[in-house]
Every structure is written in C-alpha cells, then in structure tokens.
Design a protein around this ligand. Structure first.
Ligand code: HQG
Length: 182
C-alpha cells in the first residue's frame, strides 16, 4: 500500500496528467505523454519517488515507456478531461457481450432518458465486472446502482470500444436502449 505522502503524489499526477497539466507548467503531447525528466523537474520529485507511486498504484493509472528519442515518457492510461484533448491511439476492440457501469442512484432518471454520456471526460468509462463497477460508483455515493451495458449489441450496431492499458473499457456514449438495470 502507498504511504499518505505517496497517495498525495498519485493524486497530483492524476491532476497534472489528466486534467490540468498547466498547474505544473507542463503540456502533454497530442497522445498524452510528458517526458519523465520534465515531470520530475516540475514536481521536484526523484525518479525513485515517481517509480514507487507508478508501481504501487492500485489501478495502474500511469504508464511509463520510452519515446522515439529513447527517453522515458509518462502518461495517464485513462480518465482524461475533455479539455486536455488527448488521443490515446487505442485500437478498436471487440467488447465482451456485457459490460457494467456503477453510478449513484440519483443519476438514474437522467440516464434513462439520455443514456450514459462522458460528461467532463473524453469517454464513458465501463467496468469489466460488477465488483469493479460498484467501486467506481461508491466514489460518489453510498447508494449505487450497477447498470448492465449490452456492449455486444452496441458493437453490432457500429459503436466503437477501446480498452485502456489498465483494463477500463471506453466508448463515446451509451444510448438508453443498450442499458439494463440490475
Ligand atoms: C454519470 C475513475 C446523469 C456517470 C473510475 C458518473 C473510472 C450521468 C458521472 C473513471 C449521465 C461521471 C470514470 C447522464 C453519465 N445523466 N449522470 N446522462 N451519464 N452520468 O467520474 O464513470 O479512479 O466522469 O454515471 O474508476 O464515475 O480516476 O465517470 O457517475 O474508471 O482512475 O456521471 O474514473 O478512475 O463521473 O468514472 P466520471 P465514472 P480513477
């Protein structure tokens, strides 16, 4: 488990790499990457500090890989705000027949009408199983419903799915006819 200090750094990384890079004086490249050396300098942390948080992150939120110049880069694997406008260049993948989405019960009336929308993010995020969907919903409320998403049927009618490097399913929108309340 991460120390309290490491959790703080992890949250700062999420902010900088997903939502507000400018708060650290950084810009993401079009695919969401930042040179690790720049990030370390901007956040005044060591490579060891960074590696511990990347490796210990409960959802593997961050990916480190060498760029074209051979130097390591880092990006968030999913969860970006629409306003940072990154292209993760994820391939389209055939989804399983059913995926799941956990949400506060208070959202249900609106979701029945409009389906699932990405809101402030780039994609609607879907979970591969019910326990994961419950954890996602419980970030926001103690009264959570898990919706079944008929992903196979969606793919059949032309909806495109991606899977992030850390196993989160992403799609543009889910129309209400593909949702089932469990
Ligand atoms: C809801 C975390 C009303 C939606 C998680 C959700 C995930 C609607 C909220 C990732 C709606 C958006 C994303 C509609 C959607 N009417 N409410 N038409 N359509 N909603 O945080 O899926 O820990 O942007 O149900 O694990 O909760 O940050 O999406 O409740 O992977 O790595 O609007 O964030 O990852 O909330 O979570 P979010 P999310 P990290």
């Amino acid at each position: 488990a991460l120390t309290r200090e490491q959790v703080r750094l992890s949250k700062r990384l999420s902010l900088v790499l997903r939502h507000r890079p400018e708060t650290a004086g950084l810009t993401l490249d079009p695919n969401g990457w930042v040179p690790v050396a720049e990030l370390l300098a901007a956040l005044k942390i060591s490579r060891a500090d960074l590696d511990a948080v990347v490796a210990g992150n409960d959802k593997s939120r961050f990916a480190v890989a060498p760029g074209a110049d051979g130097a390591d880069r880092i990006r968030a694997s999913q969860g970006h705000s629409r306003r940072v406008n990154v292209d993760l260049e994820l391939a389209a993948v055939e989804p399983p027949p059913v995926l799941f989405h956990g949400t506060p019960r208070a959202n249900l009336a609106s979701i029945r009408k409009e389906g699932l929308r990405p809101r402030s993010r780039n994609h609607v995020h879907l979970s591969p199983d019910v326990p994961t969907a419950l954890v996602v919903g419980r970030r926001r409320s103690t009264d959570v419903v898990v919706l079944e998403v008929r992903a196979g049927a969606m793919a059949g009618s032309g909806h495109v799915f991606h899977r992030s490097e850390n196993g989160v399913w992403l799609t543009a929108t889910v129309p209400p006819e593909f949702l089932r309340e469990r």
